[in-house]
Design a protein around this ligand. Structure first.
Ligand code: PLP
Length: 337
């Protein structure tokens, strides 16, 4: 195995040695297998390359305080992948097959799980139409691949916080479109708005709803949260918002451990300017504080411009459970031993 600098991990591809590959041909999934990480072959007429029939998932394996390896609610990702398969006319995977394949691959790549406190092993399952087609129709063959990479924080600086620009020129997803699943095309469409915001010095964009550009949707590829007067609000799921597993966990923790009232609702963008705390969530982003939001050139500092106290507590609680430092009150951990 190659040397990894555990102290300087970013969110970059640093592929673990092995990957998992399964194929769907003649209407059935084979049992798949673990092979060396490397290139795959596709015909130029593969449906994924022409029409974007593909999905991904994002998960992590954590090195816990007692030096075990754990995952967080992998069945939730299996269910979400299958929701996406139905939306994109792709064959679903058996939930247990999905979870067991990941566990087997993590065991195989165990040397790539960073030491406790240094980072996590990011897990990237992808499922796509590999078969050939000329007209726009579902592929007749599919591939399911899992690869992994040790990672550090998604945003440079981790918990130190980010600065957002409200995106007024582009939308991420429409109500009856594919925003509610991790369809690969959604992310291609987000590259340009993000690049423009980066050029202006922002970390990410905050998207508004496609119907009236008034309500907050998501932060790039993380879910959005607002705290004010003891209420924790997040945009309600309505088809355009990706149902994040971290979003669900934060809603549960907030109510259970911090007596915050959780609310999924429509959040007007101008509510943000008077919020006490803002943050975003995701497997990669964990809980990242939002320090400022800029709208039409006007910056609005959130709170005192530093990570909020409740945001910190939620982060410590979630990370604490993931790393086996705090009681796993909801039974979210699955150990891989
Ligand atoms: C993956 C993703 C999230 C976060 O989902 P988690 O399950 O919490 O990792 C949020 N928004 C978008 C658009 C995403 O793609």
């Amino acid at each position: 195995m190659k040397q990894i600098d555990w102290d300087n991990l970013g969110f970059d591809i640093n592929p673990a040695e092995k990957m998992f590959v399964a194929r769907h041909t003649k209407g059935v999934w084979d049992s798949g297998g673990i092979v060396d990480y490397g290139t795959i072959q596709l015909f130029p007429s593969a449906v994924i390359l022409n029409y974007g029939q593909g999905l991904f998932e994002g998960m992590k394996a954590y090195r816990t305080k007692d030096n075990r390896i754990a995952m967080f609610q992998p069945h939730a990702n299996a269910r979400r992948l299958n929701d996406g398969c139905r939306r994109l006319c792709m064959p679903e995977l058996d939930e247990d097959f999905f979870v067991e394949s990941i566990k087997a691959l993590v065991r195989e790549n165990r040397d790539y799980v960073p030491p406790y406190g240094k980072g996590d092993l990011y897990i990237r399952p992808i499922l796509f139409g590999s078969g050939q087609m000329l007209g726009v129709s579902p592929a007749t063959e599919y591939m399911f691949i899992i690869f992994m990479s040790p990672v550090g924080p998604y945003f440079k600086g981790g918990f130190s916080g980010i600065h957002l620009q409200i995106c007024t020129d582009y939308h991420r997803a429409s109500l009856l479109g594919t925003g509610g699943v991790k369809a690969v095309g959604n992310y291609a469409a987000s590259l340009m708005p993000k690049a423009l915001a980066r050029d202006e010095g922002f970390d990410e964009v905050l998207y508004l709803d496609a119907r009236c550009s008034t309500y907050v949707e998501e932060v790039g590829s993380a879910n959005f949260f607002l705290i004010k007067n003891g209420i924790l609000s997040t945009p309600r799921l309505g088809g355009s918002i990706l149902p994040g597993t971290t979003r669900e966990e934060v809603l549960m923790l907030a109510e259970h451990s911090f007596k915050l009232i959780p609310q999924g609702r429509d959040i007007r963008y101008d509510e943000l300017f008077t919020a006490e705390e803002l943050f975003c969530t995701g497997t990669a982003a964990v809980i990242t504080p939002i320090l400022s939001v800029t709208h039409e050139g006007k910056p609005h500092t959130i709170g005192n411009g530093k990570p909020g106290a409740l945001t910190r507590k939620l982060y410590d609680e979630l990370k604490g459970i993931q790393l086996g430092e705090r009681p796993d009150i909801f039974n979210w951990l699955t150990y891989i031993d």
